[in-house]
Design a protein around this ligand. Structure first.
Ligand code: SER
Length: 411
């Protein structure tokens, strides 16, 4: 089942159950939302979860692009991407959690053909303030799906304040041998779908208040689902990444972790620029800057003559088209090349400055502050350059600057 078919099946299934499709909006959350980027499908819906009537009614469905930088160090594994898409459904004070879980289970098993024996659920087991989510527990028990009760892992919130509540997550088994453990103990259980009972709001002082209505907010990672349904091991092997995996390896010879990081960070940078964010040293703009610097660091570790100018315009265009972004592709390319030039200059300046005897010994916080404020050298970069100048190997992709690592076997 290709990704377009997966999306269509999802949307139609919920439309047949009274949901109206809303357009998946940009990576920028609405004003007043506490996060810099949309990290989950519910962001554009915050006012409606808090009680404002939605013009399309109480049952909604969509596909929303999201960005998470909290998982940046996990990018390169089989399941994490910086920019990803989330299939989502909402009940704004309409049906209950059990109904949402029933539909979720039926769609996975009957709609997508997943064997019930490959599913596991987790459920909120209660904490000092709230009791366990027994409705969800019973629902899973009735279906014969094994359940693990947790506390923090089954509580969802959107930053420190705002709508929140207990959730029940559905996991799918990806191991080659039958499972022997639970989702929190074995990461071969991959989380596919989270169903949140969003019935509280957390205030600045940490207190929970009931929302005017009890909502359901669900989110299912599209690339992960495609990967699982297509029988692939990593998200980079699913159909969505085929243009990347066809284009990038002939361009630059990279080992697998570097290839994954380069594809993820370049694709994510294009999506962020496509939503109109300009690179800068602070706030939102620091995200595309950091992503391009991490990817250039990885590229240059193998060969410093590599440039983003090598990337065919079609690949950038394919990404903008995929995310339905109307920014001109040559503008995106120019911004990327400008970031590359800035980074080149910064590295040259950094190497010159850090070679001075004053910076030979251990750096103090005051040194880092001076290097940042006077020379524009962030701490992370100073650390990498010092490693490079000392000639120490630093093999983590994206963090070191010019150390050789085992190269890929390319023709
Ligand atoms: N908000 C929940 C999540 O991000 C469900 O959409 O997992």
């Amino acid at each position: 089942m290709n990704t377009d078919h997966i999306v269509q099946t999802f949307i139609e299934y919920f439309q047949q159950r009274g949901h109206r499709r809303i357009t998946g909006s940009s990576l920028l959350p609405p004003p007043g939302d506490p996060v810099l980027f949309t990290t989950s499908g519910m962001h554009p819906l915050t006012p409606y979860l808090e009680g404002e009537p939605h013009p399309l009614g109480r049952r909604l469905v969509n596909v929303q692009r999201c960005l998470r930088t909290t998982d940046l160090d996990e990018v390169g594994d089989d399941t994490h991407l910086t920019v990803f898409e989330m299939l989502g459904t909402w009940s704004l004070g309409d049906y209950d959690h059990s109904q949402s879980l029933r539909w979720g289970y039926d769609l996975l098993v009957d709609g997508y053909g997943i064997e019930p024996g490959r599913l596991h659920a987790t459920v909120f087991g209660g904490d000092g303030q709230l009791g366990p989510d027994t409705d969800s527990l019973h629902l899973w028990q009735e279906r014969g799906v094994p359940v693990e009760l947790t506390r923090d892992e089954n509580w969802w919130n959107n930053g420190p304040t705002g709508p929140c509540g207990p959730d029940s997550e559905i996991f799918m088994w990806t191991g080659d041998t039958p499972p022997r453990s639970t989702p929190t103990r074995d990461d071969r259980w991959v989380e596919v779908w989270n169903h949140v009972l969003m019935r509280y709001r957390r205030d600045e002082d940490g207190t929970l208040h009931p929302l005017p209505q009890s909502n359901i907010d669900t989110g299912l990672g599209l690339e992960r689902l495609s990967t699982l349904l297509q029988g692939k091991k990593s998200v980079y092997d699913c159909d969505l990444f085929q243009p990347w995996m066809r284009t990038v390896p002939p361009l630059w010879c990279l080992d697998e972790p570097s290839l994954r990081l380069v594809c993820d960070h370049l694709r994510s940078s294009v999506a962020v620029l496509g939503d109109g964010v300009m690179p800068s040293n602070t706030g939102r703009g620091y995200v595309p800057r950091r992503l391009t610097r991490r990817l250039l660091t990885t590229l240059w570790r193998h060969d410093p003559s590599r440039t983003l100018g090598d990337v065919p315009l079609e690949l950038l265009e394919h990404t903008l088209d995929h995310f339905h972004q109307s920014v001109d592709v040559s503008t995106v390319r120019e911004i990327l090349l400008d970031e590359e030039r800035r980074f080149t200059h910064l590295l040259e300046r950094g190497r010159r400055i850090l070679a001075k005897p004053r910076f030979n010994s251990t750096l103090t916080d005051a040194d880092y502050l001076y290097l940042h404020d006077t020379h524009g050298l962030p701490r992370e970069l100073v650390t990498s350059l010092r490693t490079e100048l000392a000639g120490d190997p630093a093999p983590t992709p994206g963090t070191d600057l010019a150390q050789p690592t085992p190269t890929a076997s390319c023709e």
